[in-house]
Structures are given as C-alpha cells and as structure tokens.
Design a protein around this ligand. Structure first.
Ligand SMILES: Cc1cc2nc3c(=O)[nH]c(=O)nc-3n(C[C@H](O)[C@H](O)[C@H](O)COP(=O)(O)O)c2cc1C
Length: 731
C-alpha cells in the first residue's frame, strides 16, 4: 500500500483507538439524547425577568424554612426546604410564585449507565485514563483528517467547493468530514480539558468567605427586597443560593453566580466577601456545555450527529483501507533479471491494481516483469521495456510515491536502448488532467537511449474500458495477446444472457462498419448508453460495446471491423436468427438527461450508436443537436434513415455531419469551434454535452471546451462535469 505521511498518521491513530472511539461515540449518542429530552420535557421560565430578591421573597412566603436554591443548566429552579407540613423536601419550583411544580426524578438508568461507561468504562481511574487518552487521540485523528481534507480541496479557500466523487465511502468520508470535523475537534478538546479535572491536574476553586465575625453588623436591618445585590441579580445568572443556617449574624447568604461568588450579610444585604470566577473555571463551564450540550438543544443535536458521523468515519475508513490494502506488489523475479519494469505512481492504490494485473499477464506470457514504485526507480542492464502507470494529485503533482522520480531519473543514464510507454490515471474533474503523466513522458523524451514505444495514454476515472484500449495498442505493438482487464465491473461475473440477431447490415467496404440489432430473449430493462459485453466464445474474452435501444426495445450496436479483431469478426459473421451470448453492464453516467434545457451530442464513427437509441426515445422532444464526425458521407448510409426520422419527428433539432476526407476537411472539434458562442450558451443555460467516440476526438473536444469556458469567463469545465453537464463514453 502506498500512502502519504498524513494519511498514514490518520490511519494509524484511527486503527489504534477505534474500539475506544467506537464506545465513546455510541455512549455519546445516548447521552446526547439527555439534553434533547430535558429540553423537550421542561417548562422553562424566563429567568432573566425575575430577580433573586423576588425569588427569595416568594420562597420565604411559601415555606417554613429554605436551605438552598439551585438553578441548573436547563434553567430549572430547585429548592431544598422545610414545607408547611414540616417535611424536608427537594423539588422544582415556579420562580414566579415559589410554588412546587415538579419532583426531582433520578436520572434514567440508561443515561446513568451510558455516562459511567463514557467517563470511566466502569474501570475507575484506569478507565478514566483510557477515556482521556481516547479523547486526545480523537483530537489528533480529527486534526490529521482536517489537514488531509484541506490538502484534498487544495487549500482553505476551497473548503466549500465541490467534493469530487470517487466512490461512495470516500465521498461520504470527505463530505461528512467537512460538516463534522470542527464539532468533533471541539468535543475531543473539551473532553481532554474535562479529564484534567478528573485527574486533579486542575481543581475547581472552593469559595470560602473570609469574614471577621466582629465586623458583621446586624443593623440596619433591611427587607430582602431591599438587598441591592439580590435586586440587581437575575435568577438566570444564579447557580445557587445557600441560606443562612441560623439567625446568628455570623451566618450569611452564600450566593454563587455564573461569574462569581458572594457572602452576603443576612440583615443588611452588605457584601461581606466576594470572588470573581477564574478563567480556568469559566473555561471549564464552557467546555462542559460544549462537551455535553447541556441547556442547548441545537448544540446537543449537533453533538448527536457528530457522534453518528464518527461511526460512519470508522466504517467508511475501514472500507477505504481494506480496498487499498487489497493489492500488494509481489515480484517473482529479481529486478536485475527482468526485461519489463512497470513503475507505479499511486496515492490510494487503485493504479497499482492495473499495474499488478498487467505484470501477472506478462508473467503468464513468459516475460520477466517487475513492479516497482516510481520513487524506487533504478536502471539495470536487462531492462528493455519501461511501462509507467501514474496518477496525478494536487495541482497536477505526483503522488507521494513518485515525488522523487524526476530527481532520480535525472541521475540515471540508460546504458542500453530502452523503450517506454506512459499511462496517466486521472480525472476530468480536476483542471490538470493527468498532468504528472505528461510531465513523466516529457522527462523520458529528453533521455538518451530512451525511445517512446507507445504514446501517452490517459485514463479518466480508472476506466477499465479506456485501459483496455491502451492495452490493445500495446499488445499489438509487442505482438502479444492480452485478455481484457475487467476492473471493478467484471463482465465475466455478470450473468450471460441470450440475444437473437434480428438485423445485420452489410459492411461498408471503405469504412469497415456495420450495424447489428439484437433482441433479448428474456425481457430486460435496458437503456441507451449501457454497455454490452459480447462473448465471442469460451476461449475469448468479452468485448464491450456502447448500445442504443430502439423503439422496438432491441439493442442497436454499431461496429467497426478490426483486422485481427476476434469479437468484431465474430459479430460480422452473424446472420439473422443467430443467438449471441452477452451480458449487460449499466453505465448510469452516460444516460440521456431526464431534465436538461438542451442536449448537444458529439460523436465520431460508431460512437453514434447510443445516441441513435437516445434520439428514438426522446419523447419529450428535448432540444437536441448532434455533431457527428466521419471520413466521408458514405459512412452515414447505415444511420441515415434513423437520423432523418429523428429530424422529422423533432426528436433531433439539427444534425451536423463533419467530414475529414472530403473538400470540407474538418474534424468535429473544428466545427464546434466555429460555433463556440453557441456551445458556451449550452453550458450556461444548464444544457448537457454528451461525447461518444474516439479518445483522440474526446481530448480535442475537451481542450476546446476548456478554451471556450476560459474565453467566455464560464466556470471550470470540471464544474460542469461534476454537475452532470458533461457526459462522456470514449474509447
Ligand atoms: C485530492 C485529489 C487530487 C487529484 N488531483 C488530480 C489532478 O490534478 N489531475 C488528475 O488528472 N487527477 C487528479 N486526481 C484523480 C486521481 O489521479 C485519480 O483518481 C487516480 O485514478 C487515483 O489513483 P490512485 O488510487 O492510484 O492514487 C485527484 C484525486 C484526488 C483524490
């Protein structure tokens, strides 16, 4: 597994503490319900409007003797008093009247249990130590997570920009991270701070009034309602009031406010001593509220969601890690004996899967192939073929395991001629698509004795299909036969179904293209844009075709016959009534949009097939235009009827054929460029651009679209792609 230092720390911390974090989150979820429940159940009074003087008066009117008043975090006022029946009791009162409103119920058993587990794991001091450590580790995990998030988003300014969706768990991990990392940092830090008090590292100050008894006057005697301090203090600011034990002048009121404590002469109301709340104690109070959500419904709810999100982080984190760990480098031969060296530049391991698969296939063919990380590159005399698979990160930067490659390559000189091929793995969602692969290729270009075997090939979103196109070219040049790389969507694992050939057109000699229409023998749900993996027989591997669905629910395939193409030759040999075995692969990212102001289709050659199906089914008559590139008009013969009928019934608004080998001598991208303002308008008006056909056309069209976006001051092309306004299926 290849991993950067931050990612490694994040993972190591999470793995080492996950059981404790899991326990703390589960109990945290339960405990977060307590303030929520209290908030719902309690009739609260507006304590700001009631003075301590009124409260004391009310109480003294209602009870024989009052010992203490307490105001809790939910603004409930409770007292301990001698009632008129002479009973000593504790209960909640209405501060406006002094009357009893409710009993003080003991805390529910569930909360008691969850709290003990949350605080000490029922292990007393040892448990408290582990809990404190867990809090601290959670803080470090969140901090490293925050740094990874900022690196991923490429800076603080881009915190709120779109998160690029790679897969569900990765996206969820990052998305929830953006929402909950800060609350989790607050929870963990406040937890650590509260723990310091549990271990007596910090202590709560105790207010002991320093009063000289002889200085306490019993006169002039005032009514409580005339005590300045009680009149100036609202009950909202009170934490507790201890009443004087007896009527001896040496006993006084002890008033504890949220910001200080006072000793008050019971006869005169004079302040005998006072103490301001220390910063440490204030910090404790804030930490307590932040950690428990006491008295704040909204914050308690955020705490609840944060704890739930921690559970998701644990689960998705493990999912991501196991996926990455799945591929390991295992070399059968010593490096110095190998003729083929596959270098990998990968951050999260997916590129490595391609490399290891490729190595295994080369080994099966008797080649001595070695897989190595790009940073470890060194030259040996046996080396003949250098194949580099690399991802791109950051702003077109190398992955961590390739960041020293440039420096290493500079020091290396190839003693004998070698041939190299570079494959770039990247994503169109990023502005610098596969940039590091381009850099790598140009570095090799400059090296003596290094000859380019196959020009740079770029792969968007780990597309197995695109990789197979590269593989086919590489195999042809090196005169080998490779099976298909199936990647995550393994068509061999999909159920094979039977399809009957209902139509097959003659091949157009100059273009070597033909149409095949297949009818599923068993009914199935199909959509234009899906892929059909056709199996030419047991011994051969499947070949994927983009399909269109006709109005009769048949599958339309447009095929180019390749000279040594096993599958295209097989399909060309079919006759009406023959049965074909194939499996369907969903390709949801290339469906005709359900809602779009307009659709612009761009295709070359046989790439038109899914579009023909989409047009037939465009019953809403969404405004659709199609640019289609081919060598000459003859290539259109097979599609002409379908295009004409789509135009007639307004399922296609305009068809723009572009021919490269006629007087016109144009490619689709040239024609698109002539209409650049119209293209800009499509993007601006929320329209969708769909591209299907050759990878070369795709790259040229993407370069043009990027330019159009820049010139018209539109958003980044990747923004449109993220919003589903740019859909592609190219090969
Ligand atoms: C944070 C981040 C930044 C990325 N930056 C780029 C980029 O600048 N250009 C690009 O083409 N792809 C970029 N990608 C996409 C990756 O290169 C692509 O997903 C690749 O297949 C990942 O390969 P790996 O799993 O082997 O690391 C980025 C991906 C992530 C998560």
């Amino acid at each position: 597994m290849i991993i950067s230092a931050w990612r490694y720390s994040h993972l190591a911390l999470a793995v080492s503490s996950f059981l404790f974090v899991l326990m703390a989150s589960l109990t945290g979820i339960i405990l977060a319900f307590e303030p929520i429940q209290q908030e719902i159940e309690i009739n609260s009074f507006d304590l700001d409007q009631i003075t301590a003087a009124t409260l004391i008066d009310n109480l003294q009117e209602n009870y024989l003797e009052v010992f203490e008043v307490k105001v809790d975090g939910y603004d409930r006022v409770s007292i301990s008093a001698l009632t008129e029946n002479g009973d000593l009791a504790e209960f909640y009162v209405n501060p406006n009247t002094g009357e009893k409103v409710a009993e003080i119920n003991p805390e529910a058993k569930t909360f008691q249990f969850a709290r003990s587990l949350h605080r000490s794991l029922f292990l007393k001091t040892t448990g408290r130590f582990f809990v404190a450590l867990t809090s601290f580790l959670l803080f470090l995990i969140s901090l490293s997570g925050l740094i990874l998030f900022l690196k991923r988003q490429q800076g603080v300014k881009k915190i709120f920009s779109t998160i690029i969706k790679e897969n569900f768990y990765q996206y969820g991990h990052v998305y929830l991270g953006r929402l909950f990392l800060i609350p989790i940092i607050i929870i963990s830090l406040s937890g650590v701070y509260l723990s310091l008090f549990q271990f007596n590292i910090l202590e709560h100050p105790v207010f002991t009034a320093e009063v000289e008894n002889e200085n306490i006057n019993a006169a002039p005697k005032r009514a409580i309602s005339d005590f300045e301090i009680f009149n100036n203090t609202s009950v909202a600011n009170v934490k507790s009031i201890e009443f004087p034990f007896s009527s001896a002048p040496s006993d006084y009121f002890m008033l504890q406010l949220k910001d200080g404590s006072f000793a008050i002469n019971q006869f005169t109301g004079e302040i005998l001593d006072e103490d301001q709340l220390s910063a440490q104690e204030q910090f404790f109070q804030y930490s307590y509220i932040l950690h428990t959500g006491e008295g704040n419904f909204i914050w308690a709810f955020i705490l609840l969601l944060s704890c739930v999100s921690i559970l998701f982080f644990i689960y998705s984190g493990f999912k991501i890690t196991f996926k990455r760990k799945a591929t390991k480098i295992k070399n059968k031969f010593k490096l110095n004996d190998c003729t083929h060296l596959i270098l990998v530049g990968s951050e999260t391991g997916s590129t490595l899967q391609f490399a290891v698969w490729f190595q295994q296939e080369l080994l099966k063919k008797g080649k001595k192939a070695y897989v190595q990380q790009m940073n470890e590159f060194s030259y040996h005399n046996q080396l003949e073929q250098l194949i580099i698979f690399t991802a791109t990160y950051g702003v077109g930067e190398p992955p961590t395991n390739a960041n020293k490659f440039e420096a290493k390559l500079k020091e290396i000189s190839f003693g004998k001629p070698i041939q190299y091929s570079v494959v770039g793995f990247g994503s169109f969602a990023y502005p610098d698509f596969c940039k590091f692969a381009y850099t790598t290729e140009s570095l090799l270009d400059e090296k003596e004795n290094a000859e380019c075997f196959l020009a740079l090939h770029t792969i968007n979103n780990k597309s197995a299909e695109s990789f197979n196109r590269w593989l086919a070219q590489w195999a042809r040049l090196s005169e080998m036969n490779f099976p298909k790389f199936e990647g995550e969507v393994d068509s061999t694992k999909q159920k094979k179904l039977a399809y009957e050939v209902v139509r097959k057109t003659e091949i157009i000699p100059n273009h070597q293209t033909f149409l095949v229409e297949l009818k599923p023998i068993k009914r199935q749900k199909l959509r234009s844009g899906d892929l059909l993996a056709v199996s030419p027989g047991e011994k051969h591997h499947d070949r994927l075709y983009s399909l269109g669905i006709t109005l009769e629910n048949t599958i339309l395939l447009s095929i180019k016959l390749h000279r040594n193409g096993i599958c295209s030759t097989y399909l060309n040999s079919l006759k009406q009534g023959d049965v074909v075995q194939a499996s369907r692969l969903k390709n949801k990212s290339f469906y005709f949009p359900k809602k779009a102001s307009q659709v612009l289709m761009v295709a070359t050659g046989t790439g038109i097939a899914p579009f023909l199906g989409m047009l037939m089914n465009n019953s809403k008559k969404t405004l659709t235009k199609m640019y289609w590139g081919a060598r000459d008009e003859e290539a259109l013969i097979q599609y002409k009827n379908m295009i004409t009928s789509a135009l007639e019934n307004q399922r296609l608004a305009q068809f723009i054929p572009v021919y490269s080998r006629t007087d016109q001598q144009q490619y689709v991208q040239n024609r698109l460029q002539e209409n650049d303002s119209e293209i800009a308008e499509v993007l601006q008006a929320g329209g969708v651009i769909m591209i299907c056909g050759s990878i070369f056309m795709q790259q040229a069209v993407l370069a043009l679209l990027t330019k159009i976006c820049e010139e018209n001051k539109l958003k980044n092309l990747s923004d449109y792609q993220n919003r589903g306004q740019l859909l592609m299926d190219c090969y």
